[in-house]
Write a protein that binds this ligand. Structure first.
Ligand code: PEP
Ligand code: MG
Length: 570
């Protein structure tokens, strides 16, 4: 059995297809008949363009113009006059077409890789992609054609690029396993966009499977069962059928607002970590974005994203859906930036993290605020949220920095959004206990239960040795959340939850019963929770939550939830 990081939930049973990009080696360096070699070169360009046009059309049909544009750019590169002329000159000089094309494109790759600007660095990957395609034709070793797949298949790969996945026939491709990649990798985003189970970061996966080996990919449990026995196959088939039936039922809830049985609207928002994840909002029925974790844009890059790059990314998100709660950088703790020179700390989770680090790295923080204000010029609802605020002083300081940035923009005659709705994460117990004072300074709160739990019980969220203390069902935590919600209501401050407790049906029911205004979650949890809420009236949820708060410990809370759900046939 293999395991990795679940990038897209679900289950699939299928045969292994090892998607390996072969290293292409130049077989011939010289050319005796330049006319013949020129013809071979032009044929290879024509075949490559033809393939890319087919990929573009298929992508347009299955996804959208943005994704299809990638191939438009590749077609242009294949037909680039400068590359073409240089290759032709080398062929006329009796070099083989293979050698000429590789030499010229290698030079372009080197130039792009050496450029400061990240946009041009990314172009190096595009040239590599087309180089591989054209060379595969010149060498007579065309790329393995995934459209030939005619049985349920799980693709195993080192990583998958956009041109790889665009060639996939998703009526047969049922899952992805990749050796590299994280939650925001291209594979992860694609898998979520197509609703295909995927486990990424599986070390050495390709060496442990053979083509056509049967595999049960259980991305609900982060497990890949190789060559499963009959009992496992039967279990898998039953679970997959049940998933399919369940998905059909959930689809009915895709385009409606989330309401309790008696019609109380509780917006369900999505948590996202990159502008690419806006792809999955509609199919999961998100009513907005309740947490945009902006630090991933910084973590996915090997240098600080510029103001322009940030503006581009924020604009994409703002134009995809409204409202959007943008969280300013939450770097530190487990989220390091390799290019930011930081002193080593003994307790990083209790150290210079999030807003504390932003006060120190003031230029980084101000650039992000500038980018947000400039990106939101057309938005009338810019919501900026500061993470890890412990005291009122910190909050005032952060707001003052935004005012300073606005003043500077005004002085420079820049266009920017002048109205900002401020919010903070409530993820430190001191902030929860001081919510009434903090509420007078902000428009909204979002409870970050992932951190609130670790700081309340002094139990590292990453350390499995103390996971018994990391308990979302503990009534002490629930009472603290209740106090915070009451303080928010007393000060007219909107209050939501964006930690994992919002994504879990059991805890989501408690939160709604405690009178939370919105929940922001993993997009794939939205429809499930919307469906459950539609079956329960608000009064019942409130009585249930009161009952929960009276319980002595987490076991009793869980028993209480079980009884409650059973009373609604859940
Ligand atoms: C949280 O702490 O609950 C939260 C949503 O933030 P993160 O998981 O990014 O720390
Ligand atoms: Mg947090």
């Amino acid at each position: 059995m293999l395991t990795g990081k679940t990038a897209s939930k679900g289950r699939a049973l299928g045969k292994v297809f090892k998607f390996e990009k072969k290293e292409l080696h130049i077989k011939k360096e010289t050319c005796e008949d330049p006319k013949q070699c020129l013809k071979a070169f032009k044929d290879a360009l024509a075949k490559s363009s033809e393939e890319l046009r087919a990929l573009r059309d298929r992508t347009l049909e299955k996804l959208d113009e943005d994704h299809a544009d990638i191939f438009e750019a590749h077609i242009e590169m294949v037909n680039d006059v400068e590359i073409r002329n240089q290759v032709i000159a080398m062929i006329e000089d009796k070099k083989s077409a293979q050698l000429a094309y590789k030499t010229v494109t290698d030079q372009f790759i080197e130039i792009f890789e050496g450029m400061e600007d990240e946009y041009f660095q990314a172009r190096a990957a595009d040239v590599k992609d087309i180089q591989h395609r054209v060379l595969s034709h010149l060498l007579g070793e065309p790329i393995k054609d995934m459209s030939m797949v005619d049985t349920d298949t799980i693709v195993f790969a080192t990583d998958l690029t956009p041109s790889d996945t665009a060639n996939f026939d998703f009526s047969h491709i049922k899952g992805f396993v990749t050796e590299t990649g994280g939650m925001t990798s291209h594979t992860a985003i694609m898998a979520r966009a197509y609703n295909i189970p995927a486990i990424v970061g599986v070390k050495n996966a390709l060496n442990q499977v053979e083509d056509d080996m049967l595999v049960y990919l259980d991305a609900t449990d982060n497990k890949i069962h190789l060559d499963p026995d009959d009992a496992t196959i039967e279990k898998a088939q039953t679970a997959i059928k049940a998933d399919e039936r369940h998905l059909e039922i959930l689809k009915e809830y895709q385009h409606i607002k989330t309401k309790t049985k008696d019609g109380v609207h509780i917006p369900l928002f999505a948590n996202i970590g990159s502008d690419r994840e806006t792809d999955v909002l509609d199919e999961n029925g998100a009513e907005g974005i309740g947490l945009f974790r902006t630090e991933f844009l910084f973590m996915d890059s090997d240098k600080m994203p510029s103001e322009t790059e940030q503006i581009e990314s924020y604009k994409k998100v703002f134009s995809a859906i409204q409202p959007v709660i943008v969280r300013t950088l939450d770097i530190g703790g487990d989220k390091a930036l390799p290019y930011l020179d930081q002193d080593k700390e003994d307790n990083p989770f209790l150290g210079k993290r999030a807003i504390r680090l932003c006060f120190e790295e003031i230029e980084m923080f101000k650039t992000q605020i500038r980018a947000l204000l400039k990106a939101a010029t057309d938005q009338n609802d810019l919501r900026i949220m500061f993470p890890m605020v412990a005291t009122r002083d910190e909050l005032i300081r952060a707001k003052n920095i935004v005012s300073e940035v606005m003043d500077a923009l005004a002085e420079q005659n820049e266009t920017y959004q002048k109205t900002v709705h401020f919010g903070i994460m409530i993820e430190i117990p001191a902030a929860a206990l001081n919510a009434e004072q903090l509420g007078r300074e902000v428009d909204f709160f979002s409870i970050g239960t992932n951190d609130l739990i670790q700081y309340l019980f002094a139990a590292d969220r990453m350390n499995s040795a103390v996971s018994y203390l990391y308990e979302p069902f503990d009534p002490t935590l629930l009472r603290l959340i209740d106090t915070t919600i009451k303080a928010a209501k007393a000060t007219d401050t909107e209050i939501g939850v964006c930690g994992e407790m919002a994504s879990n049906l059991d805890t989501a029911l408690i939160l709604v019963g405690l009178d939370i205004d919105e929940l922001s979650m993993n997009p794939s949890s939205i429809l499930e929770i919307r469906r459950a809420l539609s079956k329960i009236p608000m009064d019942a949820l409130k009585t249930f939550a009161e009952d929960v708060l009276e319980q002595p410990d987490a076991h009793a809370v869980k028993a209480c939830i079980k009884r409650f759900k059973e009373s609604f046939d859940m």
